[in-house]
Design a protein around this ligand. Structure first.
Ligand code: SAM
Length: 245
């Protein structure tokens, strides 16, 4: 039986080796990476400190990290991921930032890494499309740790797949997603990837993973985040921000 605090390894094999396919089946994800970066740029203008530390959870191949690096003059970034195949691509894609010391990549699971760092270590914790992969209990523990490691006034920003609260509307959205997968992968004659992504979607949608928007916001409030805002919402894609009091 999977324990609710278990870190899973969902990104290995073809789905990880050819992760760039995501751009084709979910163009909204690439746009979200841009939105996460843009939001941080705006937020930083109101933040009183000049040199900031940012923790990125689940950096994958570095698609969102690349947007965070736009602020490398002010922000030092630590990005953590537990998938070696994803991190190998990130190392290639982000070689310049790694060599210049603006970025540190850590292979670890998000919760273990968070638990290893002291209180109030980061000004910003950012993530894109990682938290929806987590088991419910694990996700709540991660969010508790995020709050702990943020400095007072620090920002949590997450662009992710948040299930639509209305179950019928959510089902309709998911069915459209599945149709899109078939269109893209059958056109490419890649039934292997089609299978992998559909299996992955079943995991996202399962009862112990699905991240429903309103419940997710309520859990964040209960944990102690303040100024919880929904900054963007389109289908299942949402940009959520919150602050540590
Ligand atoms: C859908 S990908 C998103 C990657 C990247 N953030 C982006 O914007 O493209 C999710 C990433 O989260 C990572 N991940 C999932 N569970 C994790 C965990 N428990 N700890 C650390 N990383 C995790 C996966 O390995 C994967 O690279």
């Amino acid at each position: 039986m999977i324990q609710e605090y278990t870190a899973e390894h969902l990104f290995q094999g073809p789905i990880a080796d050819e992760y760039d396919m995501l751009r084709q089946i979910c163009p909204a994800a690439a746009e979200m990476s841009h939105r996460v970066g843009e939001f941080i740029g705006g937020w930083m203008r109101t933040y009183p400190y000049t040199h900031l530390n940012l923790l990125e959870i689940g950096c994958g191949t570095g698609i969102t990290t690349a947007h965070l690096l736009a602020y490398r003059d002010r922000i030092e970034i630590v990005s953590v991921d537990n998938a070696p195949a994803m991190l190998a691509q990130a190392r290639q894609n982000l070689a310049e930032a790694l060599n210049s010391g603006h970025l540190h990549l850590i292979e670890n699971d998000a919760l273990s890494y968070l638990q290893s760092i002291p209180d109030s270590s980061f000004d910003i914790v950012a993530s894109a499309y990682a938290l929806h992969n987590f088991l419910d209990g694990y996700r709540s523990r991660v969010l508790e740790e995020v709050l702990r490691v943020l400095k007072p006034g620090g920002l949590f920003i997450n662009g992710d797949r948040y299930a639509v609260d209305d179950a019928r509307e959510h089902l309709k959205n998911t069915q459209e997603e599945v149709k899109g997968y078939f269109q893209v992968f059958l056109k490419m004659n890649r039934p292997d990837l089609l299978e992998q992504w559909i299996v992955h979607l079943f995991s996202d949608e399962s009862e112990d993973h699905i991240m429903r928007l309103q419940l997710a916001l309520d859990i964040m409030a209960k944990i102690g985040f303040r100024d919880i805002d929904l900054n963007f919402r389109e289908g299942t894609n949402a940009l959520v921000s919150a602050v540590k009091p």
